[in-house]
Unconditional design. Structure first.
Length: 255
């Protein structure tokens, strides 16, 4: 309905088409015309509340707005309402998005390197091939986020909720995942080399060919022998008490 309202109120071909009926028309026609105008006014009011035309700033409401390929480097969007918005291809490098709501938003191929997304709401975020190198996502909620092939090298994901998120082939080299919840996450072929995982929870996480060579997993919770069997570690990988390195380690060349 919001998308329909935006097209109805903002598209030039529609402008000027709504007019009051001529005097010779019946009262029924007059009544119908008034109803149409009132309904459209209500729809336009909804779009105005979304603030899609508002300039970027703390607390801005761009809910479900189309904002692709913008340059928003270093912009302060603290507490902004960006849920369901389309930011594909936008440059958010070093932007401040602390506590921002990006639930269901699309940030495919977006540049978020060095951005501060502390405590941000990122539930079911679409971030295919997004660049989040060095980004701060401490305490952020990425439940069911789609992060396939995203670059999160050296990112701070400490205490983040990554439950059931999809990290297939994502790069998390050197990332801080201390205390993060990775339960049920898909980590297939993701790279965790040099990552910090002390206190991280990995109950029922999918670890098919997940790269954990040399990673200290001694403080990881919920890790099982079957998860290690499908992952790719080596003799330098440190494991929790009670678990041993599988005979399949190290893995062969990636196919």
């Amino acid at each position: 309905m919001a998308g329909m309202a935006e097209r109805t109120c903002l598209s030039p071909p529609f402008a000027g088409r709504v007019a009051w009926p001529q005097r010779h028309r019946s009262r029924t026609t007059l009544h119908r015309g008034a109803v149409v105008v009132l309904v459209l006014a209500g729809l336009c009011g909804g779009v105005a509340q979304a603030g899609c035309g508002d300039p970027p700033g703390p607390g801005v409401d761009w809910t479900q707005c189309e904002k692709p390929r913008l340059v928003l480097r270093g912009v302060d969007l603290t507490g902004a309402r960006l849920g369901g918005a389309d930011f594909n291809g936008t440059d958010f490098q070093r932007a401040k998005l602390v506590g921002a709501d990006l639930n269901h938003a699309s940030v495919d191929r977006v540049r978020l390197s060095g951005a501060d997304l502390s405590r941000a709401k990122l539930i079911q975020l679409n971030a295919y091939r997004a660049n989040l190198t060095g980004a701060i996502l401490a305490g952020a909620d990425l439940t069911k986020a789609e992060m396939a092939r995203a670059n999160l090298a050296t990112a701070d994901l400490s205490q983040a909720n990554l439950r059931k998120a999809e990290f297939q082939r994502a790069n998390l080299e050197g990332a801080n995942l201390e205390g993060a919840n990775l339960s049920g996450a898909d980590l297939a072929r993701a790279n965790f080399t040099k990552a910090r995982l002390d206190g991280a929870r990995m109950h029922q996480a999918r670890t098919f060919r997940t790269r954990i060579e040399g990673v200290n997993l001694s403080g990881v919770l919920g890790l099982t022998a079957s998860q290690l069997e499908s992952a790719c570690g080596d003799a330098a990988t440190r494991l929790p008490d009670g678990l041993r390195a599988p005979k399949s380690w190290p893995c062969g060349k990636e196919d």
